[in-house]
Ligand binder design. Structure first.
Ligand SMILES: Nc1ncnc2c1ncn2[C@@H]1O[C@H](COP(=O)(O)OP(=O)(O)OP(=O)(O)O)[C@@H](O)[C@H]1O
Ligand SMILES: Cc1ncc(COP(=O)(O)O)c(N)n1
Length: 267
């Protein structure tokens, strides 16, 4: 690997710049990685919700992946919104061919606004085709429940059990995000072959939470090449997200859930 990791996001768009591929690129830049993108869907959305989705044909997503990865190998890949089973299969096929060292899957299903970004009938394709091919998945509580066919975890003890059961479905590492539980802290559970650990951060009082999941998963992908293992990269990525949530107070974007802020020094 060169000194600057080259990191690819495979995801959908957000014209408001808060989530999706736009959030991923901002995160990569803020964390010193070189960002690349393969767009899977054009999404008409902003801080208040989604008004339309225009999916890229799976063959064209495959063409973007082939064109890019034959010239520029990716040191790490973050996968976000895929939108349908054909796109899921195209991405799985590219992983088999190009074998990137680190692959993080954020199994995006529903936007913060409540709009569905993955039809319910494509969840099985995600579970069966993609989970066994990635290194880390980062579901939130409803996504984990959907993948497992269970009720969402209601306690930390439930989260430990679900994180381990998600590993049994084939994902080598699982970061189960606990932002949807109440409390002064936001606790995520990381399951690895060595067991489960809790990663805790103070809960920031803010409605600016658009793009938290996108930011966390792309921060992990950007940082993983610089760390010896997954736990160090995940801890550093969560610390970055917490600061980006704090920094969101200086932004005033839109009338709904505002985005987090990928602060940079001003110069
Ligand atoms: N208010 C907050 N303060 C600090 N950390 C938060 C806050 N809300 C969420 N987080 C953290 O942000 C990350 C993503 O959280 P969450 O569980 O909400 O998943 P998500 O994919 O963003 O969900 P959603 O799709 O509803 O936005 C997790 O690490 C979580 O602990
Ligand atoms: C293209 C795209 N990908 C992912 C999300 C989820 O982000 P969030 O849950 O923070 O709204 C989104 N809204 N749009």
């Amino acid at each position: 690997m060169s000194a600057v990791p080259k990191v690819l996001s495979i995801a959908g768009t957000d014209p408001s710049g808060g989530a999706g591929i736009q959030a991923d690129l901002k995160t990569f830049s803020a964390l010193g990685a070189y960002g690349m993108t393969v767009v899977t869907a054009l999404v008409a959305q902003t801080t208040t919700g989604v008004t339309g989705i225009h999916e890229v044909p799976a063959e064209f997503a495959a063409q973007q992946l082939d064109t890019l990865l034959t010239d520029v190998p990716a040191d790490a890949v973050k996968i976000g919104m895929l939108g349908n089973a054909a796109l899921i299969k195209a991405v799985a096929a590219a992983l088999d061919i190009y074998k990137p060292a680190y692959v993080v899957l954020d199994p995006v299903m529903v936007a913060k606004s409540g709009d569905r970004l993955l039809p319910a009938d494509a969840v099985a394709a995600l579970r069966e085709t993609l989970l066994p091919r990635v290194d880390l998945i980062t579901p939130n509580l409803p996504e984990a429940a959907d993948l497992l066919g269970e009720e969402p975890a209601a306690s930390l003890a439930d989260m430990h059990g679900q994180a381990q059961r998600l590993r049994a479905l084939g994902a080598r590492q699982v970061l189960l995000k606990g932002g949807h539980l109440d409390g002064d802290t936001c606790v995520d559970v990381l399951a690895t072959p060595d067991g489960t650990v809790e990663l805790s951060a103070p809960r920031i009082e803010t409605t600016n939470t658009h793009g938290t999941g996108c930011t966390l998963s792309s921060a992990i992908a950007a940082l993983r090449p610089r760390h010896d293992g997954w736990e160090g990269a995940v801890r550093a990525a969560k610390a970055y997200l917490t600061e980006a949530l704090r920094a969101a107070d200086s932004l005033h974007v839109g009338h709904g859930h505002g985005p987090v802020h990928h602060f940079h020094a001003i110069w």
